[in-house]
Design a binder for this molecule. Sequence first.
Ligand SMILES: NC(=O)c1ccc[n+]([C@@H]2O[C@H](COP(=O)([O-])OP(=O)(O)OC[C@H]3O[C@@H](n4cnc5c(N)ncnc54)[C@H](OP(=O)(O)O)[C@@H]3O)[C@@H](O)[C@H]2O)c1
Length: 268
Amino acid sequence: MTYTLVTGASGGIGEALVRKLAARKHNLVLVARNAEKLAEISKQLEDQYKVQVEFIASDLSKPNAATVIFQEIQKQGWKIETLVNNAGIGSGGEFGALSLQSELELLQLNNASLVAMTHLFLQPMLERKSGTIINVASLASFIPVPYMATYAASKAFVRSFTQALTEEYKPYNIHIMLFAPGLTKTNFNESAGINNEKGVGLSSDYKTSSTQTPEEVADELLEALYAKKHFHVSGSRNRFGARLAALLPNTMITRFMAKSYRKKSGQL
Ligand SMILES: NC(=O)c1ccc[n+]([C@@H]2O[C@H](COP(=O)([O-])OP(=O)(O)OC[C@H]3O[C@@H](n4cnc5c(N)ncnc54)[C@H](OP(=O)(O)O)[C@@H]3O)[C@@H](O)[C@H]2O)c1
């Protein structure tokens, strides 16, 4: 039996995605920290869609988490045909004022664990000469973002890493896709400690017309997956934004964004 593994499946984009995957008859392995929520979603999906849904509660901001997940899956004999590295966390505000510990955990989750999951689950895919890996980046991966510096840099890493692997693994029939959502109405800001005040400064208050629901984002991810795309930015306005970012110098964008943050947060 083959499975689709989704990290960050207990809420937001990941939860919307696993609900839609189950409706399309994917057997699933759900990963996140909240075991209670994962158990609840698993039962609902099994009852409703008659698919096999397993879950592993794990904190991917811990260095050995990916290895433990991989070993458990090997032990159970679950064959992961599709891996979606979706779990991620943000942080916002003046860099020097943020907790160093939290910034380093962000990098462990958004980058190091994503690399580890990709490396580990790639091996059986290579043996089988089939598999799909989807890495979730962000619109923020296209530009350095003042006052969200570590988060945007972590997503730039995801973009660069994933686009490089896409070409490396084409000859092995491993399909690799970079998926970049823009502002999506989830718990993301809350978990990132971006309160309303900072959210306004960061233009992350969900009031912009480009904001999508997690269901809309999940629909776009599935469409891109079934179309065998290697790269997709969610939302037409976000696609325009990504194209514009590629045309303008980063120095110009960052100067504008920093000024706008200071103005909105009352520092100017
Ligand atoms: N929302 C946006 O505006 C937006 C925009 C661009 C990109 N994205 C990206 O989209 C992805 C999903 O974000 P979202 O908006 O759906 O966020 P969310 O609503 O906060 O959900 C994040 C998911 O990741 C899990 N997670 C968080 N920390 C974890 C950890 N240490 N170990 C394991 N799982 C962890 C959470 O579950 P537990 O708490 O149970 O662990 C939850 O299931 C992220 O990679 C994010 O960077 C989001």
